[in-house]
Design a protein around this ligand. Structure first.
Ligand code: ZN
Length: 391
């Protein structure tokens, strides 16, 4: 139904004249305060005009309920597109005439499965203007948890990073070749790095709309970034250690220490970043170092399984492509309002980073086994080959 409505709205818009809607008189409930009954007669387009931005920025414009507008509706709005679900201003009556519960004076909480439009959201949740509909209203903890069971514009993001948590917890420790590897510490680092981004992302997307101040949202964002950082730092540690495995011990520790310092610096930048591009650039230094280690692996001084190069490259390449797509808001930038529920840039990024961690698992597994075998003779000297040929 949502897909059909979206398709109709995007590809065959038809302008309908504003409709008249009569709203029944119903008492409205604030927290502990009963507001006098309201009876208004307004067009549906007029109902849209009252969409208040939460947290008090446009609350006074709420239809008949805002502090300064309880006398009715007068503002005008563009005509309604057929197939578009009318969005009723939060903190007022719904299209079915239901009253709503408001948890705070300036942050209305809708109940049930009512979804909002971009313009109805508080500023800190308006991070993608090309996603027009499907926003959950501000909810309690249990309301956010219940949103797992109905479709909204974060459903795909929650599912794509929720299922890998279950899969990795159930499968990853079992398939790790414990008997063939020496360093169980590096193996556990990899497992922690494989699961952390999904935990942070799952919590962030599920609870981002909780009815709490914006500072809570930014804490969730930091948790999401922390999960990515653990993945980038600890998850890739087996690859880093394998790459320097054949170097002198002092050089090994120097390069690994450099990688750790770059990773800690990236964490500091990630937790204080203010834009999508800044958040992605936080991981630039460890990423560049992993690229240099890739080059090292191609020389006779580098370590790691030589058959592992495709996995090593893909684990970073897919992450970079996914991050760039997410930051560019592509493709919804070209189809605004048409990819609200599926296939938008964040959905694509989620899938690509899951694939990146899949390749990271194969890269780590292969390198851990290779290090246990301790073979650095990946490029035999010519004279050795000729000696064997003579034999
Ligand atoms: Zn995400």
């Amino acid at each position: 139904m949502v897909a059909m409505a979206t398709a109709e709205r995007c590809f065959s818009p038809r302008i309908l004249p504003p409709r008249k809607v009569s709203l029944p008189r119903r008492p409205h409930l604030f927290r502990g305060v009963s507001v006098p009954s309201l009876g208004v007669r307004a067009t549906t387009s007029e109902l849209f005009t009252g969409s208040p931005r939460f947290l008090g920025r446009r609350t006074s414009a709420a239809v008949g309920l805002g502090p300064g507008r309880r006398d009715g509706v007068t503002a005008r709005e563009p005509p309604v597109m057929e197939g578009e679900t009318p969005v009723i201003p939060s903190g007022s009556v719904t299209a079915r005439g239901e009253s709503q519960v408001i948890a705070r004076d300036d942050s209305p909480v809708m109940r049930g499965r009512d979804l909002l439009q971009w313009r109805d959201m508080p500023q800190h949740l308006q991070f993608n203007p090309y996603i027009h509909t499907g926003y959950r209203p501000l909810l309690t903890f249990w309301g956010s948890l219940a949103s797992l069971f109905y479709l909204h514009n974060e459903t795909i993001n929650i599912v794509t990073h929720g299922l890998p948590i279950l899969f990795i917890l159930l499968v990853s420790p079992r398939v790790m070749p414990w008997s063939q590897i020496d360093s169980h510490f590096l193996a556990w680092c990899h497992i922690a790095g494989s699961i952390s981004p999904w935990i942070g992302s799952f919590i962030y997307h599920l609870f981002m709309n909780m009815n709490l101040p914006p500072a809570f949202y930014h804490r969730l964002l930091q948790l999401d970034m922390l999960g990515i950082w653990v993945s980038q730092s600890f998850g890739a540690l087996p690859m880093v250690c394998a790459s320097v495995f054949c170097l002198p011990r002092i050089l090994q520790w120097l390069l690994i220490s450099c990688y750790c310092i770059f990773a800690i610096y990236g964490l500091f930048k990630a937790l204080t970043a203010s834009s999508p591009w800044n958040r992605r650039l936080c991981f630039a230094l460890p990423f560049c170092m992993r690229n240099l280690l890739c080059v090292l692996r191609l020389t006779r001084f580098g370590g790691g399984n030589p058959l592992n190069m495709s996995n090593v490259i893909l684990q970073d390449l897919l992450s970079v492509v996914g991050g760039a797509i997410g930051a560019c808001n592509f493709p919804e930038k070209w189809l605004p309002g048409c990819l609200d529920y599926y296939c938008n840039s964040h959905n694509i990024m989620h899938v690509l980073v899951v694939m990146a961690v899949y390749y990271m698992y194969h890269a780590a597994r292969s390198d851990l086994i290779w290090m246990a075998q301790g073979s650095c003779d990946r490029f035999p000297k010519v004279d050795t080959l000729s000696f064997k040929d003579d034999l």
